[in-house]
Design a protein around this ligand. Structure first.
Ligand SMILES: NC(=O)c1ccc[n+]([C@@H]2O[C@H](COP(=O)([O-])OP(=O)(O)OC[C@H]3O[C@@H](n4cnc5c(N)ncnc54)[C@H](OP(=O)(O)O)[C@@H]3O)[C@@H](O)[C@H]2O)c1
Length: 247
């Protein structure tokens, strides 16, 4: 364990698996107590809590559907109450709606915007009541907010693009209190959402400069940097962790 985050507390939405789990574990290894939210996989969230506790930190799993703003706000308040403070919010929970433009239904648009955008907004609002100077908000966006090199991703790209504006606004609203807000934009990252051995993976790999998928830990490393002392003068920024996809 390092001391970068010693004595601090974090909440990672969707922290039970994938990129969120890597972020939660990295922050715990850096010394933070970490809460994670989940919606469908309580056993995965419980396993991450076990791993957080195994490195000597406090962990907490909270059921909170990101589509439900009341649940999201309650999860933020619960993490702050349980740990006695909140220093870091990572809005990571996400889905991957994909398909022909003509098939996208209004309900799917609403649900995607609720999970990716409204949840990040209300979680930041709730977190702002707990964060002090040195507080950090990191939103997990996507490289598809910068470039959309294949069809079928209009809804997803739109929702992730909204995080750029949200993040800039938060930087201005919270900067005077010494709180930063940034968006990290992963490219193709090997998770259950986007397995590196799927039939489409070779195609996606071809859009990167490095010719490979990223690992969740590589996204977590950037989040840890922004959430730690190294991120002190970075705010309102969109930072790619995409193997050169946007180059
Ligand atoms: N993998 C990539 O290539 C890639 C690229 C760019 C951006 N991203 C973004 O990175 C983030 C994490 O993606 P991932 O690849 O780690 O995906 P993943 O492996 O599918 O994990 C998704 C996580 O989000 C949670 N989640 C989904 N819907 C939720 C909801 N309604 N309420 C609360 N939690 C919810 C899941 O919780 P449960 O376990 O309970 O289901 C899970 O923890 C997402 O925002 C995604 O858009 C991923």
């Amino acid at each position: 364990m390092t001391v970068e985050q010693a004595g601090r507390a974090a909440l990672v939405t969707g922290g039970g698996r994938g990129i969120g789990a890597a972020i939660a574990l990295r922050l715990a290894r850096d010394g933070a107590d970490v809460a994670v939210t989940y919606v469908r996989a309580p056993e995965r969230a419980a396993e991450i809590v076990r791993q957080i506790e195994a490195v000597g930190r406090r962990g907490l799993a909270v059921a909170a559907d990101a589509a439900d703003p009341v649940a999201v706000t309650a999860a933020v308040d619960r993490a702050a109450a349980e740990f006695g403070r909140l220093d870091i919010l990572v809005n990571n929970a996400g889905i991957a709606p994909y398909g022909p433009l003509e098939d996208v239904r209004p309900e799917e648009i609403d649900r995607t915007l609720a999970i990716h955008v409204r949840a990040a907004f209300v979680a930041a609002q709730a977190a702002a009541r707990h964060l002090g100077p040195g507080g950090r908000i990191v939103n997990i966006g996507s490289s598809l907010a910068e470039r959309v090199p294949y069809p079928g991703w209009t809804l997803y790209a739109m929702s992730k693009s909204a995080l750029i504006g949200l993040t800039r606004g938060l930087a201005r609203d919270l900067g005077p209190r010494g709180i930063t807000a940034n968006v990290v934009q992963p490219g193709s990252t090997d998770t259950e959402m986007n397995p590196a051995d799927s039939p489409d993976a070779e195609y996606e790999r071809g859009f990167t400069a490095l010719g490979r998928y990223g690992r969740a830990e590589e996204v977590a490393a950037m989040v840890a940097h922004l959430a730690g002392p190294g991120g002190g003068y970075v705010t309102g920024a969109s930072i790619a962790v995409d193997g050169g996809y946007a180059a």
